[in-house]
Design a protein around this ligand. Sequence first.
Ligand code: DX5
Ligand code: ZN
Length: 219
Amino acid sequence: MAARINPSILAADFVNLQSDIERIASADLMHVDVMDNHFVPNLTFGPQMVGRIQDVSPIPLDVHLMIDDPDRWAPGYAELGAFSVTFHAEAASDPVALARRLRDIGARAGIALKPGTPADRFLEVLPEFDQVLVMTVEPGFGGQSFMPETMPKLRALREAVDARGLDVWLQVDGGVTEETIVTAAENGADTFVAGSSVFRGEPAERIAALRDAVAAHRH
Ligand code: DX5
Ligand code: ZN
């Protein structure tokens, strides 16, 4: 299976967003970081903006909600047509109920874990989710360094998914480069978010280089 590369538009030029969106058309999904200045100390955009991005995007949206009270707000992102909606375990009061609601609306349901949040309590309910996002930096900002200490958690999730024959995508987000993507792939990730490493150069070339880095390590 080819690696899924999801560029994060947090690293795009917000004033020239449509042209930056077109520059990542060769990617698998567009990662959209919603931040509310409460769950994380940073603020990006809300449903109105994400709805317009959805209108113009050539690829499906992978929405990452770094917000308080996702039980209340996440369904709205599914309703506007996002392909996947990922909320944080630390913020949700009833993660399984919320995931079911997102699936009912027609989105893939994802659960995100901050670096210090164990995966243990989610292992038995893995089939309720389509994706687990293992944060490889503290959420809130792009351009931080990949935290290798999150890899044992990713590996434990990969073992649980494979042991049960589940089709749950395992995503990493934060500090993903041509080097760290290999570490994440070796530990079981199949879906890779990359912000600054994609937009720092020519995005189509950076996306291809990230895919190649994973493919080369598999051969
Ligand atoms: C961080 C966001 C990431 C961010 C990654 O809180 O969730 O999606 O855009 O940026 P880089 O790839 O620069 O670490
Ligand atoms: Zn993100």
